[in-house]
Ligand binder design. Structure first.
Ligand code: HEM
Length: 335
């Protein structure tokens, strides 16, 4: 049965007016009008009368099998004509069409409205008696979904099933036992390879003494940060000479880094570690100290404009040889 309340294969035409409930209630006026429109009206009333008496006729009259489809359509359309000619007919042409035209023929002739019916899932209608593959396309496959699956065997990219997120599972998430409620389980495991970070000893530099300011100053080709008279060549600095350059008593601060002597006085205010720290290397070889604090610092590039000379051993003869004499003369000139 169908929602129309009767055998669906016995109805054709517009569904609202062909329900079994309305068919018996048809007035004689409408029925007789139908009969008057027939050109061969002699046989139609008899057939309709038979159809009324047998709503679901198991056998079809022979004359109805010979009725053309076009004629049946005309009968159907006239059935909805409100005009009457006084003749009475106990049953409408819908019954005649039911008996004269097989349901298969009608269904195949109009597949589109049924196939496009959005309510076909809940209202199969007349097509319910016909095998589905011959009438409508199969439903399209459902697109893949990433929604959480309720089955344990379905692969999913979404959250794992609840049984993988509780403590009863034999393979809990990493570090789950140490997690507090609401904490993420993606935290890295505890490791002993990282060293504890040392507190920073960097100082707050005064305005205009940032690393960028030093870079701008030290790379200026016109800037001479050596603290020597213009045109002074690179000096050969001995340990005795270096010890006098501590940055105190009016003298500049020199330090040795990698065998080269630098005047670090201009850099004091720019040193991120502070002036006292930088002065720890003044008047001495600060290579080891420098490497202990920040071996990654490119001192050669940063102090290129501060290069005084090279660090040389002390002369045994007190500077009698040419090189030592020149270095000694230069040092005397700076004093
Ligand atoms: C030789 C004696 C030196 C000592 C004792 C010394 C000490 C320090 C200290 C304690 C810091 C702070 C590190 C921190 O942030 O905790 C520092 C930072 C720094 N020093 Fe020195 N320093 C010396 C020489 C130099 C020299 C000659 C230069 C430049 C050529 C220099 C350039 C820097 C730089 C760029 C930083 C910042 C490093 C960074 O933040 O990574 N230092 N220094």
């Amino acid at each position: 049965s169908s929602i129309f309340g009767g055998p669906p294969r016995h109805r054709i035409g517009p569904p609202p007016k062909e329900t079994p409930e309305t068919e018996p209630a048809l007035t004689p006026d409408s029925s007789e009008h139908h009969g008057s429109k027939r050109e061969d009206g002699t046989a139609a009333p008899t057939n309709r009368q038979t159809a009324v008496q047998v709503p679901i006729p198991p056998l079809q009259p022979v004359i109805q099998h010979t009725a053309p489809v076009a004629e049946a359509a005309n009968l159907e359309s006239s059935n909805y004509d409100s005009a009457g000619d006084g003749q009475t007919t106990p049953k409408t042409s819908a019954v005649v069409l039911d008996t004269s035209i097989p349901a298969f023929s009608l269904s195949v002739a109009e597949p589109a409205p049924n196939a496009s019916n959005p309510n076909r899932d809940v209202d199969p209608g007349p097509l319910s008696t016909i095998p589905a593959p011959t009438l409508m396309m199969p439903p399209p496959p459902r697109p893949p979904t990433l929604r959480p699956h309720t089955t344990s065997t379905s692969p999913s990219l979404a959250l794992p099933p609840q049984r993988f997120r509780n403590n009863n599972h034999p393979l809990p998430a990493r570090g789950q036992q140490q997690q507090q409620p609401g904490c993420s389980t993606l935290a890295p495991p505890p490791t002993h390879t990282s060293k504890p970070t040392k507190p920073s000893r960097a100082v707050v530099l005064t305005p205009g003494h940032s690393p960028l300011d030093w870079a701008r100053l030290s790379t200026n080709p016109t800037t001479d940060l050596r603290g020597l008279p213009p045109g002074t060549p690179y000096l050969r600095v001995t340990p005795s000479m270096l010890r006098k350059m501590t940055g105190r008593r009016g003298k500049d601060a020199w330090t040795v880094l990698g065998g080269r002597v630098y005047n670090i006085t201009p850099y004091l205010a720019f040193h991120p570690g502070g002036e006292p720290e930088l002065l720890r290397g003044a008047g001495r070889d600060g290579t080891k100290l420098f490497g202990e604090v920040h071996p990654w610092v490119n001192y050669e590039g940063m102090l290129a404009a501060c290069l005084v000379g090279i660090y040389v051993p002390e002369e045994e003869d007190g500077g009698e040889r040419a090189g030592g004499a020149r270095a000694g003369a230069d040092m005397e000139a700076m004093d």
